[in-house]
Every structure is written in structure tokens, then in C-alpha cells.
Design a protein around this ligand. Structure first.
Ligand code: PHE
Length: 360
């Protein structure tokens, strides 16, 4: 068994130089594989005398173990190095601030909701809430819209499924924020001043209608409330919201089952040169419905109509956002298109306030 030392050293050198697992495997096969150099030498043991065999067997086994150990050690060293390299390239400092280029923006609907809330908060209105899945009674009956009333058809209602055999009227996706009037009255009684912004649903879809959209409800109840206060509040709101000194509102008789008298309100504006200007020009833009709360609605909310009276209004938040920020298509509001969101979105750091500025 001559030359074993040279053979061993040769393999150990090759192992030390191997750059990856494939190279290591090649070396292992060359040395210890079925037809490997050391395996072949092992086979020669059979032709030796017993004494020779004992001595040579020992040496060969030791050699085999040594090469084997060197292969394993190198293999795990290669794996460690590969992991280190990966960790080095995939390293991430989670304490770094976000990259401005990737910062999210506030959706125009959220922005306008904040603006509207800030303006009415400044006038003493609290925010009330109600569920989007509403009972038939809250959405209709309590608002003086009994089952056979034609207004029910106009609302293009989405109905929730009922369990088989359950004959109660199905719940609905609320078709307006007006049921929050009832909830707020029941919860707080009179006097009360609240607005209720939120999502509403109707089966409708075109450039200016989406099946889900946003309204803000207003409700003020006290002992001596009249249409005059309604008018003042709405004018004050429009001046603040559109950030102009003068606005002109047009009140026209209308009909809602839950208000009497009722008025639809439009805003004087001009579209000259395709540019919308509020407060001047010869066009009128309808922005909301309103009126004096119907006595039956007060009663449904647990408030005595002989003692209290109030006004209510409801306007479309999406519509307000389109007007103020010149957004032509309502459907784009709900597409989640990042380019649109970056273009029309607002900085998360500019919180609207009446004193600090609404949209700056
Ligand atoms: N709920 C009405 C609608 O959705 C708006 C409205 C609210 C009208 C309150 C009058 C008073 O069209």
C-alpha cells in the first residue's frame, strides 16, 4: 500500500479547493464511490494474507474516514457561506423610515369625509353611526316609508337573504344614511345635533352612480328650529367646504316621506371653459335633499313632536368630492388604480381642520 499519503493529500487539497456542492460530490465519487480510488484499494484487501490485510485494512479505513470527514466539513462550510451570502444580500433594516415614493395617499372620499366632519364639528355637530346592513324598519318604516310606499321602489334596494321559512321582512343594505337619524334619536334623545357620514347602497351603475357610494346625513333637533337655521347651516357649510367667500343656494320644494316641508338644494356655479366655479355663473348644481323632520319620524325615534322639531339633510360625499376636486368619473373612485390614487390622493399628514385649512 504505497503512495497512500500522496493520495490522501491530493484529495484533501481538492476538497479544500472545491467551490460548490457539485464539485464536492465529484470528489466523493472519485474517492469513495463504487469505482472510486479508495474503494478499489479496499477491494485489493481480499487478495492479501491475513496479517497484511489487518494492517492495510486499518490504514485504508482511517483514510476513508478522514476523507469522508473532510468532505462533510467542507459541505457544511459551503452551506454556511451560501447562507451568509444570502443574508448579506437580503438584509433589510426594518427601522428605516418608509420611502416617500411608496407612501400611500388618503382617498378623496376619506379626505372629503374628514373635511365635512371638521366643518360640522366646528358648528357643534357630533358624529353618529349606524350599521350598513340595516333592518327594513330602520331604513324605511321608521322614516315614514310604509311597505307599499312608492319610495321603496325608487331606492333600488339590495335585500339580504333570509333563512327558509323566515317570513319577516329581510334586512337591507341601507339605501341612505337617514336610518342613523332614528338610531341617534333613540340613543341620545333631544336636543341633538349630529352628522352621520357613511356607505350606502343602491342597484345603480353609470358614470355618476355606483352600487356603493357615500352620504352624510345631518340632523338638528331642538325646541325652536326652523328652515332658517337649515339654510344658514348649509350656506355656512358650502362656504367652508368649497373654500369660497360667497355661495348662493337655491331651495326648491321637493318631497321626501321623512321631511315636511322638503327642499332640494342647489348651488350656483359656472362651467365656463370646462372649469367649475362655485358661487358665480348661471348653472345650478343639485347637492342635497333636506327638510323639517316629519313628526312621525320624531315619534319613531322616541321624541315627542309636540315639544321638539328639527331639520335634516342628506348629501352625497362622492358628488362633493367630484365637484371640489374636479374628478370626472365616479366609478374610478372604487377601482383601486394606484396611478389614480396617487394623482387624486391626499397626504396622510395633512389632517383637514377649519382653523388649519381643509384641503391645503
Ligand atoms: N335620504 C335622502 C336620500 O337619500 C336624503 C335626505 C336626507 C333628504 C334627509 C331629506 C332629509 O335621497
Amino acid at each position: 500500500m504505497d503512495g497512500l499519503d500522496a493520495l490522501k493529500q491530493g484529495y484533501l487539497n481538492r476538497i479544500a479547493e472545491a467551490g460548490d456542492e457539485a464539485a464536492l460530490e465529484e470528489i466523493r465519487l472519485a474517492a469513495l464511490g463504487k469505482k472510486g480510488e479508495i474503494s478499489l484499494k479496499m477491494r485489493e484487501l481480499g487478495r492479501m494474507s491475513p496479517e497484511e490485510r489487518t494492517a492495510a485494512g486499518k490504514v485504508l479505513n482511517a483514510l476513508k474516514d478522514e476523507i469522508d470527514a473532510a468532505l462533510r466539513a467542507k459541505k457544511s462550510a459551503l452551506a454556511d457561506a451560501a447562507l451568509d451570502a444570502r443574508l448579506a444580500t437580503e438584509w433589510l433594516d426594518v427601522t428605516l423610515p418608509g420611502r416617500p415614493r411608496r407612501q400611500g395617499t388618503i382617498h378623496p372620499v376619506s379626505q372629503v369625509t374628514e373635511e365635512v366632519t371638521a366643518i360640522f364639528a366646528d358648528m357643534g355637530f357630533a358624529v353618529a353611526e349606524g350599521p350598513q346592513i340595516e333592518s327594513d324598519w330602520m331604513n324605511f318604516d321608521a322614516l315614514n316609508i310604509p311597505p307599499e310606499h312608492p319610495a321603496r321602489q325608487e331606492h333600488d334596494t339590495f335585500f339580504m337573504a333570509r333563512a327558509e321559512g323566515d317570513n319577516r321582512p329581510p334586512h337591507v343594505l341601507r339605501t341612505h344614511t337617514s336610518p342613523v337619524q332614528i338610531r341617534a334619536m333613540m340613543a341620545a334623545g333631544a336636543p341633538i345635533r349630529v352628522i352621520a357620514p357613511g356607505r350606502v347602497y343602491r342597484m345603480d351603475m353609470d358614470q355618476t352612480h355606483a352600487p356603493m357610494f357615500h352620504q352624510v346625513e345631518g340632523l338638528a333637533i331642538d325646541r325652536d328650529i326652523s328652515m332658517a337655521q337649515l339654510k344658514w347651516v348649509l350656506e355656512e357649510f358650502c362656504r367652508a367646504f368649497f373654500e369660497v367667500d360667497e355661495v348662493e343656494l337655491r331651495f326648491r320644494a321637493s318631497h321626501f316621506p321623512f321631511t315636511d316641508p322638503s327642499a332640494e338644494v342647489a348651488l350656483r356655479c359656472s362651467w365656463e371653459g370646462g372649469q367649475l366655479k362655485i358661487g358665480e355663473g348661471n348653472s345650478w348644481m343639485e347637492i342635497l335633499g333636506s327638510g323639517m323632520v316629519h313628526p312621525k319620524v320624531l315619534a319613531a325615534g322616541g321624541i315627542d313632536p309636540a315639544e321638539w322639531q328639527g331639520f335634516a339633510f342628506g348629501m352625497g360625499i362622492d358628488r362633493l368630492a367630484m365637484l371640489k376636486y374636479g374628478i370626472p368619473d365616479l366609478r374610478a373612485f372604487f377601482d383601486s388604480d394606484l396611478r389614480w390614487l396617487r394623482h387624486y390622493g391626499f397626504s396622510a399628514l395633512d389632517v383637514p381642520s377649519v382653523a388649519g385649512g381643509l384641503s391645503k
